[in-house]
Design a binder for this molecule. Structure first.
Ligand code: COA
Length: 604
């Protein structure tokens, strides 16, 4: 079956994955029928879809009309025949038990058109084995979405022993049409890519608990290795039952080195399943967190090495290419970098500022995704050095700034360093930021900020010192310092009014109001807004045009556009910024941020 011929999709199973997949397919324009065995499940599915789409509408990411149209494209039924008889694609997301899958597929395959594509969303069972229940297994395949399907971009396209390449191609194309990024898993192997690499890594972390503590390992992996969460917090989030059961399958199919480690087994047996049961490696009475200091004494290589080893096994076993493994781990596990990319830059602690020279562009990545890329003094110095180098290096024609991960460009100055400062230290930090960012303005080459998420405080100040700002649809811009009882310290007081006018600049700085990407575009703060999926490609296109431009003319125009002496304004800003360290309000603001409450400012 060619992807072009698919118009109707049947989804078997109305649970979290099933109704999420139905939603994704309906939004992409397919007519969808969801089938389950009890009306309650169908009602919950409908409510779940309405709720999820409603949130998209509320956030301005979808119009009410598009939501209504998508909802109208979804039907719900208890009748298997009704669901599959005229579907060209059947996606199954029912419980992960082989006997149930066999029963449902034997029936569904008999009722569906003989050339319909039959896809299982299984994350742990063998595609080849499930396909034994269907008469024509060439059209049977794995189409593994990630939770929640409406948000997660990855689809593992899992080929069973008998799946034809035509089916693989069609499903890859269908995943793309549903707005997803497919990776081709060429061999029916336990855990496919993401679960195999990720869950094995969680087990390896657990094996290190003889010598290190849970908090120490989590702190090191989150703060020093750039993982969004440490392995134990992640195990708690996934659920110990799921981690344990996946490892048991690996143990059976791949060997004893995958046996669940003792602590995971104990927690599983004690039904301490993690966040969902209120206790796992951590207790969930309050939200657990680990600080940078707790990482002391743990070398992240101890875990990154087995992580990369497992990824290499996946490639060596012919399951997927290096590129697909990297894509899968980034999109399926929210890692800032895939294992092979990690290996290329060198395993070890992540640098908080990454620089890469390629095709005439110096790419500078703010790389502290666990702290939403908030900026320390050390990072400012690294940016300053990179600008000095870019000014001298004739091969560099353009500088591109971006933020690691998918949440933030940069969420501003690192607030956790503020309590340690005194007035003099605060003035030094303000001047350091101003002088560093001024280097971007004085660089005789164009600078572009590719804003892929939160762009706040000192992050927005970084962006407004660039010549161009390109925003992804989910970018947001703001100067929230006022919420801390503070003012901007890295140039916004003089740069922002020059860009958006005094009226809006004052509003942003004095109320902390954030602009979404579209508002920022209308206000003249950004040059263009692009959909998240196209963002990287569009930024590349924009940057390529600058690289191809005439360097001398570009340098002259940049100089003329910025022909202003800002030093007096900068000094005044640094004075005002640092003078706030004399009063209690600032520490009240910082405590309120840390405690996630509203501050009580007294003007003293
Ligand atoms: N400085 C230090 N840490 C920061 C930070 C900053 N500017 N911005 C975010 N973080 C940290 C958080 O403390 C949190 O760390 P934890 O997981 O160890 O607790 C982590 O980054 C994730 O942020 P969180 O606040 O949990 O995410 P959220 O989605 O709830 O909120 C923001 C996102 C951006 C709205 C919120 O983090 C925020 O308001 N940040 C401060 C922005 C700011 O005031 N910038 C100007 C500073 S002068």
């Amino acid at each position: 079956m060619d992807a072009d011929k698919v118009q109707r999709v049947a989804v078997l199973g109305a649970g979290v994955m099933g109704h999420g997949i139905a939603q994704v397919a309906a939004v992409a324009g397919y007519d969808v029928t969801v089938r389950d065995i009890a009306q309650d499940y169908l009602d919950n599915a409908e409510a779940g879809i309405e709720n999820s789409l409603g949130r998209f509408v509320k956030r301005g990411r979808m119009s009410q009309e598009d939501m209504d149209a998508a909802m109208a494209r979804i039907g719900y039924t208890l009748d298997l025949d009704e669901a599959v008889s005229d579907a060209q694609l059947v996606v199954e997301a029912i419980p992960e038990r082989m006997e149930i899958k066999h029963k449902v597929w034997a029936e569904a395959a008999a009722k569906a058109p003989s050339d319909a594509i039959l896809a299982s969303n299984t994350s742990s069972l063998s595609i080849t084995e499930i396909a034994e229940a269907v008469p024509n297994p060439g059209r049977f395949i794995g189409m593994h979405f990630f939770n929640p399907p409406a948000i997660m971009k990855l689809v593992e396209v899992n080929q069973g022993e008998k799946t034809t390449e035509a089916t693989v191609e069609a499903v890859q194309e269908l995943a793309r049409r549903m707005g997803k990024t497919p990776v081709w898993v060429r061999k029916d192997a336990p855990g496919f890519i993401v679960n195999r690499v990720l869950v094995t890594y969680l087990n390896e972390a657990c094996k290190l608990l003889d010598g290190y503590s849970v908090e120490q390992i989590d702190a090191a992996m989150q703060h020093r290795a750039g993982m969004p969460l440490g392995p134990f917090m992640l195990s708690d989030l996934i659920g110990m039952d799921i981690v344990y059961n996946i490892l048991k399958v690996f143990e059976e199919k791949l060997g004893p080195e995958y046996t669940p480690c003792q602590r995971i087994t104990e927690l599983y047996e004690a039904e301490k399943l993690g966040r969902k049961s209120g206790e796992g490696f951590y207790s969930y009475e309050t939200r657990p967190s680990v600080s940078e200091e707790q990482a002391e004494g743990f070398d992240v290589k101890l875990l990154l090495e087995p992580f990369v080893d497992e990824a290499e096994k996946v490639v060596a076993e012919g399951i997927a290419t290096e590129e697909d493994v990297d894509t899968a781990m980034k999109l399926g596990a929210n890692l800032p970098r895939g294992p092979f990319e990690m290996k290329r830059v060198g395993l070890g602690e992540e640098k908080p500022i990454l620089t890469e020279k390629k095709g005439g562009v110096l790419k500078v990545t703010v790389n502290r995704p666990g702290k939403l890329n908030s900026m320390t003094g050390e990072m400012l110095e690294m940016i300053g050095e990179a600008m000095d180098d870019a000014a001298k290096d004739r091969s560099i024609r353009c500088v591109l700034f971006t933020g690691a991960g998918d949440r933030a460009f940069c969420s501003g100055a690192d607030i956790s360093q503020f309590p340690r400062l005194d007035v003099e230290g605060a003035r030094g930090l303000s001047r350091l930021g101003q002088i560093t960012y001024r280097k971007i303005v004085e660089l005789p080459k164009p600078a572009v900020a590719a804003v892929n998420g939160y762009c706040l405080g000192g992050g927005n100040e970084l962006a407004i010192h660039c010549d161009f700002r390109l925003a992804s649809e989910k970018a947001s811009f703001g100067q929230p310092e006022v919420n801390l009882g503070l003012i901007t310290g890295w140039g916004a007081t003089y740069m922002l009014p020059r860009l958006v006018g005094k009226t809006l600049a004052a509003e942003m700085m004095m109320t902390g109001r954030r602009l979404n990407a579209e508002e920022a575009h209308k206000a003249g703060l950004v040059n263009a807004v692009y959909p998240v999926d196209e963002f990287e490609a569009k930024v590349q296109e924009f940057v390529n045009a600058l690289v191809d431009g005439p360097p001398l003319a570009l340098a002259a125009m940049k100089k003329l556009v910025n022909l202003e002496d800002l030093e007096e304004a900068a000094n005044a800003e640094a004075d005002e910024f640092s003078s706030l360290w004399n009063y209690r309000d600032l520490m009240e603001g910082i405590s309120a941020f840390n405690e996630r409450r509203r501050p009580e400012f007294k003007g003293e």
